[in-house]
Ligand binder design. Structure first.
Ligand SMILES: CC(C)(COP(=O)(O)OP(=O)(O)OC[C@H]1O[C@@H](n2cnc3c(N)ncnc32)[C@H](O)[C@@H]1OP(=O)(O)O)[C@@H](O)C(=O)NCCC(=O)NCCS
Length: 164
C-alpha cells in the first residue's frame, strides 16, 4: 500500500480488482446502484479509469472516469458518508486531474445535480465551469432534478509534467 497523500488517504489507480468494493460503496452513496460488473467494465476499458482512496484496507472513496480521447467524463465520485468534509474528495480530484492531463486528456466533463451543493462547490473549487444544463436529468425522491454540465480544460501533458 503506498504512503498516504497529505489528506491522509492512500490514493490508488482504480483497477478491475477493486470493482466489488467500489460497487458496495457506490450502493451506499447513491439511490441508483451500479453493479460490480459495471465497475469491472469501466476499470478494464480505460487506460486511466480513475482513483480510489483508502484508509488502510478500507475503501473510503472513488472517482471513476470514462475516457474518449481527447476528452474524458467523470462518471461517478463519492466519499463514504462519515468521512466527508476532510478533503478526501479534493485529494482524489487533484490526483485525477494531474493524471488525466499527463495521459493527454484535454477536457474533463461531468454532470452534477443543481441541488447538489457540496459537489458543485467541490468542482468549482477545482476550476470546473458550467458548460450547459440538462433538464430533468436525474429522477430523485423529490422528483426530477436538472443537471449542470461542467467542464475543465486541462493544461496538456508537457505543461502538466513541468507543473506549470
Ligand atoms: C461531494 C463529495 C464527494 C465531497 O466529498 P468531501 O470529501 O466531503 O469533500 P472535501 O472535504 O474534499 O471538500 C472539498 C471542497 O468541496 C466543497 N464541499 C465539500 N462538502 C461541502 C459541503 N457540505 N457544503 C459546501 N461545500 C462543500 C468545498 O468547496 C470544499 O472545499 P473547502 O473545504 O476548502 O471549503 C461528498 O459530499 C459525497 O460523496 N457526496 C455524495 C455523492 C455525490 O454527490 N457525488 C457527486 C456526484 S456528481
Amino acid at each position: 500500500m503506498p504512503a498516504p497523500d497529505e489528506s491522509g488517504a492512500a490514493l490508488l489507480q482504480f483497477t478491475p480488482e477493486q470493482a466489488v468494493a467500489v460497487a458496495e460503496l457506490h450502493s451506499r452513496c447513491f439511490a441508483v446502484s451500479w453493479t460490480a460488473a459495471d465497475f469491472h467494465r469501466f476499470a478494464a476499458l480505460a487506460a486511466y479509469p480513475g482513483v480510489t482512496a483508502w484508509l488502510g484496507e478500507r475503501l473510503i472513496g472513488f472517482v471513476v472516469l470514462s475516457v474518449i480521447e481527447p476528452e474524458a467524463e467523470i462518471l461517478t465520485l463519492c466519499i463514504d458518508k462519515e468521512l466527508r468534509g476532510r478533503r478526501f474528495a479534493s485529494a482524489m480530484l487533484t490526483r485525477l486531474i494531474e493524471d488525466a492531463a499527463a495521459q493527454g486528456v484535454e477536457t474533463l466533463f461531468l454532470e452534477v445535480g443543481v441541488r447538489n451543493e457540496p459537489a458543485r462547490a467541490l468542482y468549482t473549487r477545482h476550476g470546473f465551469i458550467e458548460a450547459g444544463r440538462r433538464t430533468g436529468y436525474y429522477r430523485t425522491d423529490r422528483g426530477a432534478e436538472d443537471a449542470i454540465v461542467m467542464r475543465l480544460s486541462l493544461p496538456g501533458p508537457m505543461r502538466a509534467a513541468r507543473g506549470s
